[in-house]
Design a protein around this ligand. Sequence first.
Ligand SMILES: CCC/C=C/C(=O)SCCNC(=O)CCNC(=O)[C@H](O)C(C)(C)COP(=O)([O-])OP(=O)([O-])OC[C@H]1O[C@@H](n2cnc3c(N)ncnc32)[C@H](O)[C@@H]1OP(=O)([O-])[O-]
Ligand SMILES: NC(=O)C1=CN([C@@H]2O[C@H](COP(=O)(O)OP(=O)(O)OC[C@H]3O[C@@H](n4cnc5c(N)ncnc54)[C@H](OP(=O)(O)O)[C@@H]3O)[C@@H](O)[C@H]2O)C=CC1
Length: 303
Amino acid sequence: MAAVDRAAGLADCDPPLTGVFSEQLFRGQCALVTGGGTGIGFATARLLFHLGASVMIAARREVVLAEACATLEAERTAASGQIGFTTVDIRSSEAVSALVEETVGRFGPIRLLVQNSGGQFVSDAASMSVKGFNSVVQLNLVSTFRVARAVFDACMSDGRGGAIVAMSLDVDNGMPGMAHSAAARAGINNLVKTLSIEWAASGVRVNAVAPGIIYSESAFSHYGDAAEDLLSALLPAIPAKRLGTPEEVAGVVAFLLSPAASYVTGSTVAIGGGSHLVRKPLLPMDEPCASQPYGRLPRKARL
Ligand SMILES: CCC/C=C/C(=O)SCCNC(=O)CCNC(=O)[C@H](O)C(C)(C)COP(=O)([O-])OP(=O)([O-])OC[C@H]1O[C@@H](n2cnc3c(N)ncnc32)[C@H](O)[C@@H]1OP(=O)([O-])[O-]
Ligand SMILES: NC(=O)C1=CN([C@@H]2O[C@H](COP(=O)(O)OP(=O)(O)OC[C@H]3O[C@@H](n4cnc5c(N)ncnc54)[C@H](OP(=O)(O)O)[C@@H]3O)[C@@H](O)[C@H]2O)C=CC1
């Protein structure tokens, strides 16, 4: 995986950007990070934890979450907050209600929400079933609304406000091979605008980040053997000529959650080394043909 090797270690963020922010920045505030056990979510939870927040991480795989918590506990300093985990499938309203209740019971009202859980599989639209399209829209768009509503109702509508950051993608020019996710993320970009207007009176800011290509083992394991081809095709088109790191997304998320961004709401911030400004090459696919130019990746190559 030469391309991945080139990408890894490009940003020296260990310990993770804590020097950029005051250690007291989020002291005592409750933060919920969905998908906080891996990749971007873990880097974000880690940064918030080291900046004093009480952080709940939540996703489907208990073992992964437990390991993430143990890692953070082992890194604890005098400035660190608290860390906890619970399992959730954000596609279930009942599970999301239980998640919010458990988080509030343990750490108090959620003031910082990072809607990081998400993902998709790669497929040409012509090969994609309606069920598959719906599944990805449910995960990324509908569940972003579901979690935001649950946290707003329970914690942020009380006049003391809060800050929400949702996870989008670089979708301005469409995204061959990811029609479902691109449509869902475009929906997120618009959703944060409406929520930011409607919830401003409650002191709630709502923004999104749109990462370019961010390398983490967990994210790229979804590509399987296709990762190297994908990177070879996409790397040259990134003006920064490298992939991003989860820590580089976490830093922007922390900024958007912080008082430094107190007048920023309804925005989607691109984090892609300039890649949102250039035309993308097509994603490499298995069997290109005239009728289905992007083909369909094998199921093991999930992204
Ligand atoms: C430039 C890139 C930048 C982005 C990077 C990242 O995002 S990195 C982050 C990367 N991280 C992630 O992406 C993590 C999150 N991703 C996921 O959990 C999955 O990709 C998910 C969103 C599909 C949900 O999966 P699940 O298993 O819970 O869902 P389910 O069992 O309910 O299936 C529903 C239906 O979807 C369809 N379908 C599913 N897979 C494929 C496929 N490979 N092929 C074709 N179709 C597929 C199929 O129709 C299936 O129904 P069926 O035919 O089985 O009756
Ligand atoms: N890496 C990249 O290049 C980019 C990533 N993104 C987005 O950033 C976010 C983080 O991705 P990244 O860290 O790279 O990859 P990861 O695969 O590491 O992160 C995805 C996270 O979402 C969680 N998750 C997935 N489905 C559910 C669900 N139904 N309920 C609860 N949690 C769920 C996963 O945990 P579990 O499986 O245990 O549930 C996992 O922790 C995702 O939304 C991704 O699409 C956006 C642009 C680029």
